[in-house]
Design a protein around this ligand. Structure first.
Ligand code: ADP
Ligand code: MG
Length: 274
């Protein structure tokens, strides 16, 4: 049994058109999955279905074996599946970092000493140790996003969903975010990285692609590379390095397709020495 089971799930906001239609897959404990899709493909709808913010119109979502439609398990589900959204400013609720990260556990009525421990531990996990007393308004976008992640971690989730959490960050903020995802994955937390960036998605162990509310691909990044032409048709960006490695291959340079520019440079060097 997968930790999150999406079982033939459909959802509609207006009864006319499905935002998500007949989607089935599972997320295992400890996996690192990315969900890739163009604007309006159903990514955020799927994210909200996975932590019980939305309940399917038909089909079932089960978290740790319990349907999200079961009102009694909703509070548990929200703890087990943490969410970080796109806009860092929308997620900060308190004026100091400590109060912000403590917000969730306080609502659960957890003992203050335990909350302080969780806050310190969560901040350390996102590289913001010692910033408890800082004002949240003074933080950069990337730092705010890390505070939002720390707030989710303070609930001790098994799964962390990041819904285009990188999209308002600069390249450095994105790199920091990816490093944190990798570290959390290393600690056994499952990561669901929702993005419209093909390049970011390739960093996961498994890629799901949504198109107009349907799941159109579920496989490894390596397999995804062989289907990258299809991604173009789905309105997704194809990374420059990948387009270039394809072009070079077409002109008689049999390179392994590469997503990153450094990896492509290495591959070209390897080819030219062979
Ligand atoms: P994505 O996150 O991939 O951009 P969404 O899940 O937000 O996609 O949206 C999927 C579809 O559902 C889109 O057609 C969008 O217009 C529609 N939709 C999303 N949220 C709402 C809403 N609150 N009310 C009505 N329609 C919505
Ligand atoms: Mg979205």
């Amino acid at each position: 049994m997968a930790f999150i089971e999406i079982d033939n799930v459909s959802y509609s906001y207006d009864d006319e058109r499905n935002a998500l239609g007949g989607v089935s897959f599972g997320i295992d404990a400890g996996e690192f999955v990315s969900v890739l899709g163009s604007n309006g493909s159903g990514k955020s709808t799927l994210a909200k279905l996975m932590n019980g913010l939305l309940v399917p119109r038909s089909g079932e979502v089960r978290v740790n074996g319990r349907p999200t439609s079961d009102a009694k398990s909703l509070a548990d589900t929200r703890c087990l599946v943490g969410m970080v959204f796109q806009n860092p400013d929308d997620q900060i609720v308190a004026s100091t970092v400590e109060d912000d990260v403590a917000f969730g556990p306080e609502n659960l009525g957890i003992d203050p000493a335990e909350i302080r421990e969780r806050v310190a531990r969560s901040l350390a996990q996102v590289g913001l140790e010692g910033l408890e007393g800082s004002s949240t308004h003074a933080l950069s976008g990337g730092q705010k996003q890390r505070v939002a992640i720390a707030g989710a971690l303070a609930m001790q989730p098994q799964v962390l969903i990041l819904d285009e959490a990188e999209s308002m960050l600069d390249p450095r903020g994105r790199r920091d975010l990816m490093r944190i995802c990798e570290e959390l994955h290393g600690r056994g937390i499952a990561i669901v990285l929702i993005t419209h960036s093909t390049e970011m998605a390739m960093l996961a162990d498994r890629i799901l692609v949504l198109d107009q509310g349907a799941l159109v691909f579920d496989g490894t990044p390596q397999h995804a590379l062989t289907r990258i032409g299809d991604f173009d048709l789905l309105g997704l960006d194809v990374p420059f390095a990948l387009r270039l490695s394809r072009k070079l291959e077409e002109r008689g340079m049999p390179l392994e397709p590469q997503v990153g520019i450094d990896a492509l440079a290495d591959e070209i060097m390897r080819y030219s020495k062979s």
